[in-house]
Design a protein around this ligand. Structure first.
Ligand SMILES: *Cc1c(COP(=O)(O)O)cnc(C)c1O
Length: 455
C-alpha cells in the first residue's frame, strides 16, 4: 500500500463562477437552425422549453457566469469533491506517469449530473415552472434531476430508455424515492412514442427517442418545461465547477496535468473537467492535451460527420452543428448506457473540428478490464461510463513507460458503479463482447441525413 494522497478544498473554495469557454473559442459555435425552415433561430425560439435564465446562458459570450448563492449552498452537500493521486494504480501499471483523478461519485445521485441538475431546477423554480420533463439513459441523469426537483418542489416526469428501465430497476427506484414519475420509453404517453411503437413494437428505446417524448410533453403544456442532462452549452457550463476545483487541487499537489481525460456521452463531464484547463491553453500558453473517450460501438467523435443534426430521433429539437452518427442511429446495447447517444455537444464538436481537443474510441472489454484494475487498487468501483476514461489512462501510462518519460495524467472519475453491478456480473461471467461496427452499421443513420453539411 502506498501513501494515500488526497487533495481537499474547503467549502469556501467552491467556485463562485462557472467558466464559459465560448468567450475564448477562436471559432465561435455556429447557430442552431429551425427544424422545419432550417433557418438560424434566436434564443426566443427556445422559450417553450427552457426558462429565460438558462437560455441566456446557452447563448452567452461572457467569460464568467456567477453561480447563485442558493446553488452554491446545495453544492456544499457534496462539493468541493476530492482529488486523489492514484498511487496504487500507478504501481500496478508500473509506469513513470503520475495519475490523478477527480471523484464526482460522492454526489447524492452518484455522478457529476447533480452539478447541472441543481441549477437547472433552481432557475426553473425562480421562473415559476411547476413541472419538468426529461429523458434518461442509464438513469444517472433522471436520478440527479429527481433529487434536484425534490429539493426545489418541482414535479418531474422521466422518460427512461426501455432497456435500462428493465435492466436497472434500482435506478428507477432512486427516482421514485425522490418523487419522480418514471415511464419506459418508447411509451404510449406521446405521439412520438406511439409512432415508434407502431413501427417497432419491441423497440428497446434510445436516448434520442426518449428526448423526443420528453420534449413533446413539455412543448404541449404551458406550465411544463424540459430539462436536458448533457449536450447543451448551459449544461456544459455548469459542469465547469469540476475543472475549476481540479486546477486548485493540482496546485496543492504541486503539479499540472499534461493530459486530461474523460469519458464522452454528450460532452458534459468531459467539458466539466477539460474546459477550465483549455482556458490555461488559450490564455496562458499552456499545452494541455484533452482527450474525450467514447465507446467504439457509438463513435460519433472519431467516425461521425460534423454536420447539422437533430438532438432527438423524431426530429423535434432545433438542428445543432455537431459530430453525429445520425439521429436514428441505434447503438448496440452496451452497458455504458450514458454513452449511447448519436450526437455530441456543439461546443465540444467545434473544439474537435478545430483540433483543440482529441478523441479516442475504446472497446467494451478493455473498459471493464480497466475498471476492475482501478477498483482493485484504488477501491472505488467506477461506473461503466467512467471505465472508458480509465482505459485511455492506461494507454497513456503505457506510452509514458515505453517512452521512458514522466507525464502527469488527470482523469474524471465521473461516477461510481454501485447501481451497475449487473454489468460487472455480465463481464465476470463472460457475457460481454466487443462490438466492431461495420461500414454498413456506421452509415445506417448517416445515410438518412438531409441536413446541411458543414465544411
Ligand atoms: C451521463 C453520464 C455520462 C455521459 O454523459 P456526459 O454528458 O458525456 O458526461 C458519463 N458518465 C456518467 C457517470 C454519467 O452519469
Amino acid at each position: 500500500m502506498n501513501k494515500t494522497k488526497k487533495f481537499l478544498l474547503s467549502e469556501k473554495e467552491i467556485p463562485e463562477h462557472w467558466y464559459n469557454i465560448t468567450a475564448d473559442m477562436p471559432n465561435k459555435p455556429l447557430p442552431p437552425l429551425h427544424p422545419g425552415t432550417k433557418e438560424p433561430i434566436g434564443p426566443e425560439a427556445l422559450t417553450p422549453l427552457f426558462p429565460m435564465e438558462l437560455i441566456k446562458q446557452e447563448v452567452s459570450q461572457e467569460q464568467w457566469i456567477a453561480i447563485p448563492e442558493e446553488v452554491r449552498e446545495v453544492y456544499k452537500l457534496w462539493r468541493p469533491t476530492p482529488l486523489f493521486r492514484a498511487t496504487n494504480f500507478e504501481k500496478l501499471l508500473d509506469t513513470p506517469a503520475k495519475i490523478y483523478y477527480k471523484y464526482e461519485g460522492g454526489s447524492p445521485a452518484g455522478s457529476h449530473k447533480p452539478n447541472t441538475a441543481v441549477p437547472q431546477a433552481y432557475y426553473n423554480k425562480m421562473e415559476g415552472v411547476k413541472k419538468l420533463t426529461t429523458e434518461t439513459g442509464a438513469g444517472q441523469w433522471g436520478s440527479a434531476l429527481s433529487f434536484a426537483c425534490q429539493l426545489f418542489g418541482i414535479e418531474l416526469e422521466v422518460y427512461m430508455v426501455k432497456i435500462s428501465y428493465e435492466q436497472k430497476p434500482y435506478r428507477k427506484m432512486l427516482m421514485n424515492t425522490w418523487g419522480a414519475k418514471v415511464f419506459a420509453s418508447p411509451s404510449d404517453n406521446t405521439e412520438s412514442g406511439r409512432k415508434i411503437l407502431q413501427q417497432f413494437p419491441n423497440s428497446p428505446g434510445s436516448l434520442g427517442i426518449a428526448i423526443s417524448e420528453a420534449v413533446e410533453r413539455a412543448a404541449s403544456d404551458e406550465n411544463t418545461k424540459y430539462s436536458l442532462g448533457s449536450v447543451l452549452n448551459h449544461v456544459l457550463l455548469h459542469q465547469t465547477v469540476i475543472g475549476l476545483e481540479a486546477i486548485k487541487q493540482m496546485e496543492l499537489a504541486g503539479d499540472l496535468p499534461d493530459v486530461v481525460i474523460a469519458p464522452f456521452g454528450g460532452g458534459s463531464n468531459f467539458a466539466g473537467i477539460a474546459f477550465p484547463f483549455l482556458r490555461l491553453n488559450f490564455q496562458e500558453g499552456k499545452n494541455i492535451k484533452c482527450i474525450a473517450v467514447e465507446p467504439a460501438s457509438c463513435p460519433k467523435l472519431t467516425k461521425g460527420e460534423f454536420r447539422y443534426d437533430f438532438g432527438d430521433t423524431v426530429g423535434l429539437t432545433p438542428l445543432l452543428p455537431m459530430y453525429t452518427l445520425g439521429h436514428n442511429f441505434i447503438p448496440a446495447p452496451i452497458h455504458a448506457g450514458g454513452l449511447r447517444y448519436h450526437g455530441a455537444g456543439v461546443l465540444v464538436s467545434q473544439l474537435l473540428k478545430d483540433k483543440l481537443i482529441e478523441a479516442q474510441a475504446v472497446q467494451q472489454l478493455e473498459c471493464f478490464d480497466a475498471g476492475v484494475k482501478f477498483a482493485n487498487t484504488e477501491g472505488i468501483i467506477p461506473a461503466p461510463e467512467a471505465t472508458h476514461g480509465i482505459a485511455a489512462v492506461i494507454k497513456e501510462a503505457q506510452k509514458a513507460k515505453e517512452e521512458g518519460k514522466e507525464k502527469t495524467i488527470l482523469f474524471n472519475l465521473c461516477g461510481h458503479g454501485y447501481f451497475d453491478m449487473t454489468a460487472y456480473q455480465d463481464y465476470f461471467e463472460g457475457k460481454l463482447s466487443d462490438h466492431f461496427l461495420s461500414e454498413e452499421e456506421l452509415h445506417s443513420g448517416l445515410k438518412y441525413l438531409d441536413t446541411p453539411k458543414i465544411q
